[in-house]
Ligand binder design. Structure first.
Ligand code: CTP
Length: 406
């Protein structure tokens, strides 16, 4: 699960009686999967479109419908739920619930709970176009906006009443991104004040003007780490080899081609850096570059003379002072033994050991299974995880185990 800004937040999802109420099931499910604690509150008419049983199955909590209903935790009705809520999301919101909220009516659980809530409110309306543009509804919406409530406006489309126009509930993704933005300010910034130098992608070692030696690295692992470190408040320098994947926004981006260029970019930044994470798949070999394109010669075979590139990590490992050095070890056999050997040989503080076999494909978007090895002998095997998940675990592990003495 990628870290959502609403992870761990208590969200009250108010569902009112629109034909779009069935979409509230997707919203409840996505929020729950993203780590939110979701309490559904339904109006009577909402229960005509979707059952409380469905919502309970998706959230693990009994929805509140009647004003005197109790929650699964035995909390006493509207006041305690409202007080504990981090967000009230009303989706879909009918013209009726919008009117009640705008005028302070409290004749059902949702409107009553709204009056008792002090948390931010997000409203995603769904209704017929004529209702949405009706002056009374427009006035009510404006009134709620002046109270600071956020609206996720309905989209244009085919409506249940058979017409085409604005009124369709916004997509689940749009609604979730507004929910995320409410909590953006609460994000963890545990890496603030630290300078990270992260490498990503393959390097390319030219053979002649049109050919090169490289590998299958996509850059995704390094990009996920750079993105997560930036989100957690670090100053991030990202040195990347050629990649087709979208590069995250960082403080300092350097694009390189060869191992030599990557080494230079790292040398220039090493002294000011607190943590170096070498996720790049640096090419181990290069060939002397021919100025002219190598030509075929009547079926005769040709030998390419390969020289080892500089081992960047080993090089900076010799000169480290306070820097934390983290390397990756990609192995097809004897994972732990080989990874530990790299840890020592390159003077690293930590290695992320990654095996490449039938089950585990470290390149590309798929999940992988890695193991953290520390210089002091400790070890942490992780379950199968996506790259953003591995990135966040890695940063937390570094923070807790290697940066504590700062
Ligand atoms: N690395 C490096 N410079 C190189 C080659 C690798 O800095 N010229 C770094 C990688 O970025 C990675 C670590 O060293 O963090 C281990 O890389 P890996 O390819 O697993 O191992 P190698 O040291 O190249 O050894 P081998 O290929 O023989 O397994």
């Amino acid at each position: 699960m990628a870290d959502k800004a609403y992870s761990g937040k208590r969200i009250v999802l108010g569902v009112s009686g629109s034909i779009a109420a069935y979409k509230a099931a997707d919203i409840a499910s996505a929020l729950t999967q993203g780590g939110a604690i979701v309490q559904v509150v339904m109006t009577d008419s909402a229960t005509q479109f979707i059952t409380p049983v469905t919502m309970r199955a998706l959230t693990g909590r009994t929805p509140l419908v009647g004003v005197f209903d109790e929650t699964t935790e035995g909390e006493v009705t509207h006041v305690s739920v409202a007080e504990n809520a981090d967000l009230l999301l009303v989706a879909p919101a009918t013209a009726n619930i919008i009117a009640k909220m705008a005028h302070g009516l409290a004749d059902d659980m949702l409107s009553t709970l709204y009056l008792a809530a002090k948390c931010p409110v997000v409203i995603a309306p769904a209704m017929n176009t004529n209702m949405w543009t009706n002056a009374a509804v427009v006035t009510n919406v404006d009134r709620l906006k002046t109270l600071g409530h956020r609206f996720v406006d309905p989209a244009e489309g085919y409506l249940a009443c058979g017409t085409i126009g604005q009124g369709k509930l916004a997509t689940v993704d749009e609604i979730l991104s507004v929910v995320e933005s409410v909590f953006e300010g609460d994000k963890v910034t545990d890496l603030a004040g630290l300078r990270f130098l992260i490498t990503a992608g393959p390097t390319r070692e030219p053979i002649d003007p049109v050919r090169y030696l490289s590998n299958y690295s996509t850059g995704l692992m390094g990009f996920s780490i750079a993105e997560a470190a930036k989100e957690r408040g670090a100053h991030v320098s990202l040195v990347t080899g050629p990649s087709e994947v979208a590069i995250p926004h960082v403080d300092d981006l350097v694009r390189v081609e060869t191992a030599e260029e990557m080494l230079e970019a790292i040398r220039a930044r090493f002294r000011q850096t607190d943590v170096v994470i070498m996720a790049a798949a640096v090419s181990d070999f290069r060939a002397p570059k021919s100025e002219q394109k190598l030509k075929k010669s009547a079926g005769r075979s040709r030998t390419l003379e390969l020289h080892e590139t500089t081992d960047i990590l080993a090089e900076i490992g010799k000169n480290k002072d306070r820097q934390v050095l983290v390397g990756f070890a990609l192995e097809s056999e004897d994972l732990i033994e080989n990874a530990r050997q790299k840890l020592q040989a390159k003077n690293l503080d930590m290695v992320v050991a990654n095996s490449v076999d039938e089950e585990n494909r470290p390149f590309g978007e798929g999940p992988s299974r890695v193991r953290f090895l520390l210089e002091n002998g400790s070890e942490l095997p992780l379950p199968l995880m996506s790259k953003p998940e591995i990135a966040n675990h890695l940063l937390s592990y570094i923070k807790e185990n290697l940066l504590t003495q700062e």
